[in-house]
Design a protein around this ligand. Structure first.
Ligand code: ZN
Length: 288
C-alpha cells in the first residue's frame, strides 16, 4: 500500500502537488508535506525585501536609484506640508496635508498655532512651533537598483535628505544629474539611529555612472501628487476629534491611491517629526 502511494506521487500531477513528498510515520501511515524550494524562498525574499509600496530605509546602507519624472511632471519630487499632531491619550498621531499651505484654505491647526504664537507666552510659542506643518518630500525610487526585477517604490523623507540630494545635484565634480536614466548614478543612503532625535541619513553618490537596469521603471512611477490628501474643514475637525482616519476620508472620493493606501499615508517615519533644528533652519525647498 505504501508503495502504491509513493508511486502516485511520482506520476505527473497537478502543479500544486508536483513538489509534495511523503514520509511514513511510526504508525505506518503516510504524511504528505511540501518543501521550501529555492524558488519559493527567492520569491518570498523578494517580497519581504521589497516592503510594499513605501520604501522604509533600514539602519545601515541602502543603495537607491531616483527616477526621472515622467513627461509633463514638473519635478521628480512632490513636497507635502504635513501636520503631525499627537492627541492626548492616543498613540496614533493625526496627520494631514495642510490646507493652508497647499490650497490657501482654512487650516484649523495653523489657526491655532497663529493664536498661540501671539499670546506672548513662551510655552505657547513652543507649542505653536510643534503644531506647524512639517515638510515631507516624496520621490519614486528603486532600492537595490542592480536588480531589474525590483519594483518602483515611494520614499518619503525630510529636509535633511532633500538638502543632500540638492548638493549632489549641484556638485559638478563629485555629483551631477543622478536622475538621468542613461548617465545618472545610484545613491547610497546610510542610516544611523532609529529614534526621533538620533536618526540620521548620509547620502553619497556612487562612483560610476550607470544606465537604468530597467527602463520600464520610468513608466511605472506613481503620480505622487495624488498622495497629498487635503482635508476639508469638517474632515480636519473629525480627525482632530480622534475619529478613525479611514472613516474620515471615506472610500469613494475618486482617488484610489489616497483611499487604498490611507494606512500608509498616515504612517510616518520618525524622521518626519519636526525638531527644533527644523524650526531653526526651515525654509521652502527649492529644486534649483
Ligand atoms: Zn496648516
Amino acid at each position: 500500500m505504501a508503495k502504491q502511494e509513493t508511486k502516485q506521487q511520482t506520476k505527473p500531477a497537478a502543479p500544486d502537488e508536483s513538489q509534495a513528498m511523503t514520509v511514513t510515520t511510526s504508525g505506518g501511515s503516510l504524511v504528505a508535506y511540501g518543501e521550501w524550494s529555492d524558488e519559493a524562498m527567492q520569491k518570498e525574499a523578494k517580497e519581504v525585501g521589497a516592503g510594499g509600496e513605501w520604501l522604509k530605509i533600514a539602519v545601515g546602507r541602502t543603495v537607491v536609484r531616483f527616477l526621472p519624472p515622467k513627461q509633463g511632471w514638473p519635478s521628480p519630487f512632490v513636497i507635502q506640508h504635513q501636520h503631525f499632531i499627537e492627541l492626548p491619550g492616543s498613540d496614533r498621531p493625526v496627520t494631514f496635508a495642510c490646507p493652508k499651505m497647499h490650497e490657501g484654505k482654512l487650516c484649523i491647526v495653523c489657526a491655532k498655532a497663529d493664536k498661540l504664537e501671539t499670546s506672548g507666552n513662551g510655552r505657547d510659542a513652543k507649542m505653536a512651533q510643534r503644531l506647524r506643518p512639517n515638510k515631507r518630500i516624496m520621490a519614486n525610487v528603486v532600492a537595490d537598483p542592480g536588480n531589474p526585477e525590483q519594483p518602483v517604490q515611494i520614499w518619503a523623507f525630510g529636509k535633511q535628505v532633500y538638502d543632500q540630494l540638492k548638493s549632489i545635484r549641484q556638485d559638478d565634480e563629485n555629483g551631477g544629474n543622478f536622475l538621468d536614466p542613461m548617465n545618472g548614478f545610484n545613491l547610497s543612503i546610510n542610516r544611523t539611529g532609529t529614534g526621533k532625535n538620533d536618526t540620521k541619513y548620509v547620502v553619497t553618490a556612487a562612483r560610476a555612472q550607470s544606465k537604468l537596469m530597467n527602463m520600464d521603471w520610468i513608466a511605472t512611477q506613481k503620480d505622487l501628487r495624488l498622495y497629498v490628501r487635503i482635508p476639508t474643514e469638517e474632515q480636519q475637525r473629525r480627525l482632530l476629534d480622534g475619529e478613525d482616519p479611514r472613516d474620515v476620508w471615506g472610500d469613494g472620493d475618486g482617488f484610489n491611491p489616497r483611499d487604498k493606501k490611507n494606512k500608509d499615508v498616515i504612517d510616518i517615519d520618525d524622521d518626519g517629526r519636526r525638531t527644533a533644528e527644523d524650526d531653526l533652519f526651515d525654509d521652502e525647498v527649492d529644486l534649483d
